[in-house]
Write a protein that binds this ligand. Structure first.
Ligand code: RP5
Length: 175
């Protein structure tokens, strides 16, 4: 089995329904990954050990998801110089803004690339983009994925062109 290039961690098992979307997307891209639960406040020593050893373990990108006062991505970034992508997970309070602000508002010097609330799929796509900067195979996967996206965009355009007459949009033409 190939060395995992992406390490996915989440603060709690309750984040799994969100974070498994990143795992699924990486699988579709054919990227080997690991998926683990470790909490910045419940298991700080484990988080520190894992993140500190991540480069040596062969990882190229780390994805960390957490909810509420979501320290995990920042703590991972503090212990590793690999790119860290943070996924703010929605909890039952504050509409996910708590996690979003906690992750996106890293003080200058130790960045966490932050995707939208619950948007773990984007984290996997961004991981592919990072890997594609240094690997032809991943670059081809990215080009195929982008072509697929462009195809979907054209389908939407065709649909909008069909309904784009001024009358259908409710505009008055002339007096
Ligand atoms: C965070 O608190 C976790 O990332 C999770 O999103 C949230 C709630 O965790 P549990 O109390 O459900 O384990 O640390």
């Amino acid at each position: 089995m190939s060395t995992p290039l992406v390490g996915i961690v989440m603060g709690s098992k309750t984040d799994l329904p969100v974070m498994e979307k990143a795992a699924k997307q990486l699988e579709e891209f054919g990227i080997a990954y690991t998926l683990d639960v470790m909490s910045a406040h419940r298991n700080p020593a484990e988080v520190s050990q894992w993140a500190s050893g991540a480069r040596e373990a062969g990882y190229k990108v780390l994805i960390a998801g957490a909810g509420r006062a979501a320290h995990l991505p920042g703590v991972v970034a503090a212990h590793s110089d690999l790119p860290v992508i943070g996924v703010p997970c929605l909890s039952d309070h504050l509409g996910g803004a708590d996690a979003l602000y906690s992750i996106v508002q890293m003080p200058p010097g130790v960045p966490v690339a932050t995707v939208g609330i619950d948007n773990a799929r984007n984290a996997a796509i961004l991981a592919l983009q990072i890997l594609a900067t240094a690997d032809e195979g991943h670059a081809r996967t990215l080009a195929e994925f982008r072509a697929e996206q462009a195809g979907k965009g054209m389908e939407h355009r065709e649909w909008s062109a069909e309904g784009a007459s001024p009358r259908k949009l409710g505009f008055q033409t002339g007096n």
